[in-house]
Design a protein around this ligand. Structure first.
Ligand code: ATP
Ligand code: MG
Length: 362
C-alpha cells in the first residue's frame, strides 16, 4: 500500500542469550499513531531503534515511504526519534537544540529560525529559546526534545515514552495536544509507552508486545473489548481473574468454567475444550453490585464490601467473596441504588458476555 509510511517485516534482534525482538512486523500509515505497548523489557525501545537505524537487525527489513532502509544510516531515513531519556545537548540553548537537525541538513538561518519558533510554539515553549537545558524542568526538557524532532518535519516520528516526565495534568494535556499536532502534520508516529491509558487515548492502533513478540494488535477498542489472551486482558484494564476447568462448551462460544466450587458462565476468547484449564477475566467495571436479593445476571456471587476507594469520577469497591477478593467500579453519579457501605452484604453480578474465558497454560 502506497501510504504506508513505515513498515517493519519480521524483525529479530538478539543480545547474547536474550531475544529482545523476536519476529515483529507492523505498518504505520501517514497521519496514523501506532503505540507499542508492553511491560518493561518486552522489546519496545529495541524495535524503535531498529526503525530509526541505531540498531542493526539480525533478521528482517525496515521500509520507509516504500523504500528499503534496513541498511541506510539514521540521518537518511526521514525519521526523527525522541529518546527515552530525551538526550538534549547540555551546552546548547533550547533554540540550538531544536535547530540541531536543521543545521545538520544545512538549512539557511532564516527558515531555520522560523522552523525552531514554530516547533517551540507547538510544544508551548515559545520564549524559552535562550535557556539552557539545565535551566528547565524535566517536563520542559522533554518538550524541547519533542520540538527538536518535529522541527525537521520527519516522515516518521519515533517517540520513546515522550511524556513520562510530565506531571499528571500536563501529561493529559500534552497527550491531547500531541495527538492534534500529529494529525495535522500527517506524520506517521510510532509511540512507545507502558501506560495503557496513554495508548488507548492516543493511538489509532495498539501493538501489544510480550517478550519480544506481538501478543495482539488492533484498534484500542478491539484490544480492550476483545483481548485474545489472558496476558492482554491483564495488561489492559483492570480485571478480576478466576482459574478453573472448562466443564461445558457450547457452539457459539458459551462456556461454563468450574473454579473452586463456583460455576461461572462466560464466553471463550480462543478455542478451548471441555476439561481444559481456563482463566476467566471479568473487568471491574462490568461487575454490578446488587442488593442481596438481586437477580437477572448470568453470574451471581454473594460478597461483602470490605473497602471503598473514592476515585473522583468513580468508586472502586473491594469485596470479599468466599475467601476471594473482587473489585467493582461504580460511577460516582448514577447507580445510587447500589449499596456502598462498608460491611454491606451484596451480590456481585455480571453477564456471560462480560466473563472472558482464555485457555490457561497451567
Ligand atoms: N544493548 C543491549 N545489550 C544487552 N541487552 C539489551 C540491550 N538493549 C536491550 N537489551 C535487552 O533486550 C530486552 C528488550 O529491551 P528494550 O529496551 O527493547 O525493552 P523496553 O520494552 O523498551 O523496556 P522499558 O519499558 O523498560 O524501556 C531487555 O531484556 C533488555 O535487557
Ligand atoms: Mg524502553
Amino acid at each position: 500500500m502506497s501510504d504506508v509510511a513505515v513498515e517493519v517485516r519480521g524483525l529479530r534482534k538478539r543480545y547474547g542469550a536474550v531475544a529482545a525482538v523476536d519476529g515483529v512486523s507492523l505498518g504505520v500509515r501517514a497521519g496514523e499513531i501506532v503505540s507499542l505497548l508492553g511491560p518493561s523489557g518486552c522489546g519496545k525501545t529495541t524495535t524503535l531503534r531498529a526503525i530509526a537505524g541505531f540498531e542493526r537487525p539480525d533478521e528482517g527489513e525496515i521500509f520507509i515511504g516504500g523504500e528499503r532502509m534496513t541498511h541506510v544510516p539514521p540521518n537518511r531515513r526521514h525519521v526523527a526519534m525522541v529518546f527515552q531519556g530525551y538526550a538534549l545537548f547540555p551546552h546548547m540553548t533550547v533554540a540550538d537544540n531544536v535547530g540541531f537537525g536543521l543545521r545538520m541538513r544545512g538549512e539557511a538561518a532564516a527558515p531555520k529560525a522560523a522552523a525552531v519558533t514554530r516547533a517551540l510554539e507547538l510544544v508551548r515553549l515559545g520564549g524559552y529559546e535562550q535557556r539552557l537545558p539545565k535551566q528547565l524542568s524535566g517536563g520542559q526538557q522533554q518538550r524541547v526534545a519533542l520540538a527538536r524532532a518535529l522541527a525537521i518535519e520527519p516522515r516518521v516520528l519515533l517517540l520513546d515514552e515522550p511524556l513520562s516526565n510530565l506531571d499528571a495534568k500536563l501529561r493529559q494535556e500534552m497527550r491531547v495536544e500531541l495527538k492534534g499536532i500529529l494529525k495535522d502534520t500527517r506524520i506517521a508516529t510510532v509511540f512507545v509507552t507502558h501506560d495503557q491509558e496513554e495508548a488507548l487515548v492516543l493511538s489509532d492502533g495498539i501493538v501489544l508486545m510480550n517478550q519480544g513478540r506481538i501478543e495482539q494488535e488492533g484498534a484500542p477498542y478491539e484490544i480492550y473489548e476483545r483481548p485474545r489472551t489472558s496476558f492482554a486482558a491483564a495488561f489492559i484494564g483492570q480485571a478480576n481473574f478466576f482459574r478453573g476447568v472448562v466443564r461445558e462448551a457450547r457452539p457459539g462460544g458459551g462456556v461454563v468454567v468450574e473454579a473452586d466450587g463456583l460455576r461461572l458462565r462466560g464466553v471463550a476468547c480462543a478455542e478451548i475444550a471441555v476439561g481444559a484449564p481456563a482463566v476467566v477475566a471479568v473487568r471491574q467495571e462490568r461487575v454490578r453490585v446488587l442488593r442481596a436479593s438481586g437477580g437477572g445476571y448470568d453470574n451471581l456471587l454473594p460478597a461483602r464490601i470490605e473497602l471503598l476507594n473514592y476515585l473522583g469520577a468513580s468508586i472502586q469497591l473491594v469485596c470479599s467473596a468466599g475467601g476471594r477478593t473482587l473489585t467493582a467500579v461504580l460511577g460516582a453519579v448514577g447507580e445510587t441504588d447500589a449499596p456502598r457501605e462498608r460491611g454491606a452484604a451484596v451480590l456481585l453480578g455480571w453477564r456471560e458476555g462480560d466473563a472472558l474465558v482464555f485457555p490457561s497454560s497451567g
